[in-house]
Design a protein around this ligand. Structure first.
Ligand code: FAD
Ligand code: UQ1
Length: 410
């Protein structure tokens, strides 16, 4: 029974960024977001390593939504894009002229047998940085580690921040070394992907780091079951039929399988894989021209990150304004995404790349090296940028900085 010109569904990084930007042009705006807390998820990696606390990563949703935007604390139960209407869990209906969909990804814990139970069990040694609910357990597991296998997994689905499953591994390795326990640990990375990272330049460097630090990397291996009574993890070999392996663990950091939220998947807004079916360059829906998408829930074939959201936000803004004014759209997203690959308690490789998986680095130094300055940026500057610039609608990613930095060089 609500009606608005502009509806934003999902108040995470993408939704709040778009609310901030669009509210500077349009007053008749509703944002739907069920949670009353907003997390800066990139900080979870540092929380898992004991470098930040959960409260430092969190703010109230109220404080991150512009004052002139109408926040409805509820979630979409079904989309009806033919009728320009959504229904919510509380039974409300909302009519819109234009809609931004930014519902992120859903964690499908149930796709791994025993995962939920193992995460909920206090002394299981099983943890994940991916959820605000479990991230503090990671550091407890690390502190209690007393030898054996420490296993880190990457599931057989697309995920957000594809570097995060291994960042916590490097941090754990560094932690154990500093505590004099490194020689008691076997550190093992098990990934469903064919290589340690999707971009060759960074993959080579990361593989070298694993070799040098005695970390074993198993590719095309997917965690399917956890036995938290016997502390055993079972992996399937994706390229060999019916081959599995069970390993005992003392620490098991799991990245849960992810996918588009069910509500999106079952709607006519999604493509065959269930993601919001948008043009990868204009971010406009391929069928419903009054719908745009941003962030992890979209079909854009880029690595799903907050950095990508920042770069997409200006494209969505400009294209939406033109559509609302009956003009042609021309702004294009180049696939820019970035992943600060933290490799220990003071070092970071800052991967930045585009749709072609070609490096697109901001600073005129080789970001493929482990650098302290990039670690400091990750720890201190990026949270500041997120809360104070991006969520206020003024951060479009580092493109302008890159142009200034590379002036006269390229
Ligand atoms: P989200 O921010 O997840 O927001 C989605 C929102 O939609 C949520 O608030 C949810 O409540 C809401 N929603 C869901 N369903 C509905 C519904 N039916 N109705 C209404 N609302 C709904 N990115 C980086 O750039 N750098 C990093 O270093 C980095 N590290 C990361 C480390 C970890 C451990 C994690 C978990 C993420 C990391 N990311 C990083 C990724 C980054 O957090 C996400 O890519 C970003 O938050 C995506 O924004 P989004 O708006 O698409 O989704
Ligand atoms: C970025 O813009 C961003 O958004 C604020 C992040 O966090 C969500 C990032 O992790 C990164 C790396 C960027 C890119 C920024 C610079 C300055 C290279």
């Amino acid at each position: 029974q609500h009606s608005c010109k502009l509806l934003i569904v999902g108040g995470g990084s993408g939704g709040c960024t778009m609310a901030a930007k669009l509210s500077k042009y349009e007053r008749d705006l509703i944002i739907l977001e069920p949670n009353d807390k907003h997390y800066y998820q990139p900080m979870f990696t540092l929380i898992g390593g004991g470098m930040k606390t959960i409260s430092q990563s969190c703010s109230s949703t109220k404080s991150v939504i512009p004052k002139n935007v109408n926040w409805i604390q509820d979630k979409v139960k079904s989309f009806n894009p033919q009728g320009n209407i959504v229904t919510t869990s509380n039974g409300d209906t909302i009519n819109y002229d234009y809609m931004v969909v930014s519902v992120g990804l859903q964690y499908n814990y149930d796709q791994i047998i025993g995962l939920r139970e193992a995460l909920d069990k206090k002394d299981s040694g099983v943890c994940t940085n991916y959820s605000s609910q479990y991230v503090e357990k990671t550091y407890q597991v690390l502190q209690n580690f007393n030898g054996g296998n420490a296993i880190f997994t990457f599931p057989n689905t697309p995920i957000k921040c594809a570097g995060a499953p291994q960042k916590i591994m490097y941090i754990a390795e560094d932690y154990l070394r500093r505590k004099g326990k490194r020689n008691k640990a076997n550190i093992i990375y098990k990934t469903s992907t064919p290589a340690i990272f999707g971009v060759k330049k960074y993959a080579q460097k990361l593989q070298q780091i694993c070799n040098a630090r005695n970390i074993s990397v198993g590719t095309r291996q997917n965690l399917i079951q956890i036995d938290s009574i016997q502390n055993k993890a079972t992996f399937e070999f994706l390229d060999e039929e019916n081959k599995t392996e069970s390993l005992e663990y003392s620490m098991l950091h799991v990245t849960p399988p992810m996918g588009p939220p069910d509500v999106l998947m079952k709607s006519s807004l999604s493509n065959s894989a269930g993601y919001l079916d948008v043009d990868p360059y204009t971010l406009r829906h391929n069928v419903y021209g009054n719908v745009f998408g941003i962030g992890d829930c979209t079909s854009c074939p880029t690595s799903k990150t907050g950095a990508a959201v920042a770069a997409q936000s200006i494209v969505v803004l400009k294209n939406m304004i033109n559509v609302m004014n009956g003009k042609n759209i021309k702004e294009k997203y180049d696939g820019y995404t970035s992943c600060p690959l933290v490799t220990g308690y003071s070092k970071c490789i800052l991967a930045e790349f585009d749709y072609d998986l070609k490096p697109l680095e901001t600073f005129p130094i080789n970001q493929g090296n482990e650098l302290r300055i990039m670690f400091l940026m990750k720890k201190h500057a990026l949270p500041f940028i997120y809360w104070n610039i991006m969520l206020k609608g003024y951060w479009n990613g580092p493109k302008t900085i890159r142009k200034i930095m590379h002036f006269g060089l390229d």
